[in-house]
Design a protein around this ligand. Structure first.
Ligand SMILES: C[C@](O)(CO)[C@H](O)COP(=O)(O)OP(=O)(O)OC[C@H]1O[C@@H](n2ccc(N)nc2=O)[C@H](O)[C@@H]1O
Ligand SMILES: Nc1ncnc2c1ncn2[C@@H]1O[C@H](COP(=O)(O)OP(=O)(O)OP(=O)(O)O)[C@@H](O)[C@H]1O
Length: 289
């Protein structure tokens, strides 16, 4: 049996960093939501007891460094599985972009292998295991919309925000999440109103959601890569309702409610940015199939 699993990207509508912890990670408080831009993860049983990664993207490792590999290894070791699997990853989510592509591939692998190997784990158990792979993996196991705290692995589910378009523009640079956190001075930085964002989502108030988007990590990445600020300015100028960098960047997203404006913004950005996507905000859990 071969299994095809969808691995959607996330954006951070609000991301606050509270303080650095003794373990080196940062305590965060953020609102994340899934969007309709997804990698395809295909799982096929192997006769030998090995994990094989097939990826045709030169930026994606095809060995133990791949987060999907780490997900399979974690399940094998934790539950004593003596079976092999070939994991074929077709990337659509840009790499090192702030969209949790690798984390979502790992989450899809956890969900898929739970079925393929008939492990009978609950979604909460899979999310807990996911946290061992990376801070964004727990959220990606569930998808939907959530308030994430701790180092990002404590998930409180939220209703979906009102439907809208999400325009994404990624400059041709990759950003290291570790480096962005390292360059952050938590005391002297902007802190968005995350509680306000949670309330606005519960109230399904699109205008308030747009007015409250904010990301503590944005200033750090903008200083390192001024082209991200340029994309932000252009997206605002072309008429997006709200504009923000996602995660540690460098992808910038814009929220747009009216179809009539979408084409104009998309075309405008395509003029100077290679990777531009217009997708729907998913926001609902279980939108993987
Ligand atoms: C920027 C975000 O994507 C926002 O959703 C996440 O906070 C990062 O999630 P991630 O890429 O899954 O991060 P991990 O793979 O767990 O960690 C990568 C590196 O980022 C830093 N890191 C990450 C998460 C966090 N809460 N504090 C940190 O300081 C650490 O230096 C860590 O070594
Ligand atoms: N399945 C994978 N897909 C993409 N990159 C992967 C994968 N597994 C490991 N990596 C490595 O992880 C690095 C970060 O990639 P990824 O696309 O997950 O970043 P990101 O979108 O910024 O993540 P996040 O938003 O969670 O910080 C890449 O440079 C790559 O070397």
């Amino acid at each position: 049996m071969r299994l095809l699993v969808k691995a959607p990207a996330k954006i951070n509508l609000s991301l606050d960093v509270l303080h650095k912890r003794p373990d080196g990670y940062h305590e965060v408080k953020m609102v994340m939501t899934t969007i309709d831009l997804a990698d395809r993860v295909e799982l096929a049983p192997l006769a030998s007891d090995t994990i094989q990664i097939i990826s045709h993207n030169r930026f994606v490792p095809d060995d133990h460094r791949n987060l999907a590999y780490q997900a399979a290894k974690l399940l094998k070791e934790t539950f004593g599985v003596r079976k092999g699997v070939a994991i074929s990853i077709t990337k659509t989510i840009p790499v090192a972009a702030g969209l949790a592509g690798g984390s979502s591939d790992a989450a899809a692998t956890l969900r898929g292998l739970n079925k393929l190997w008939q492990l009978g784990l609950t979604i909460d158990e899979l999310a807990e295991l996911g946290a061992k792979i990376g801070s964004d993996v727990s959220f990606c196991v569930y998808g939907g919309t959530a308030l994430a705290t701790g180092r990002g692995e404590k998930i409180e589910h939220l209703p979906a925000p009102p439907p809208c378009w999400v325009i994404l523009a990624k400059p041709t640079i990759g950003v290291s999440t570790a480096e962005v956190y390292r360059n952050l001075n938590v005391q002297r930085t902007f802190h968005p109103d995350v509680d306000g964002m949670v309330q606005a989502i519960k109230d399904r108030d699109y205008e308030r959601i747009c007015s409250l988007v904010g990301n503590t990590l944005e200033d750090v990445t903008l200083k390192m890569h001024p082209e991200v600020a340029h994309i932000k300015e252009q997206m605002k100028r072309f008429g997006a309702d709200a504009v923000l960098m996602s995660g540690s960047g460098p992808t910038v997203f814009g929220l747009v409610q009216y179809d009539s404006r979408l084409q104009r913004i998309y075309n405008g950005l395509r003029g100077f940015c290679d990777q531009v996507f217009a997708v729907r905000l998913l926001g609902e859990r279980n939108s993987f199939d």
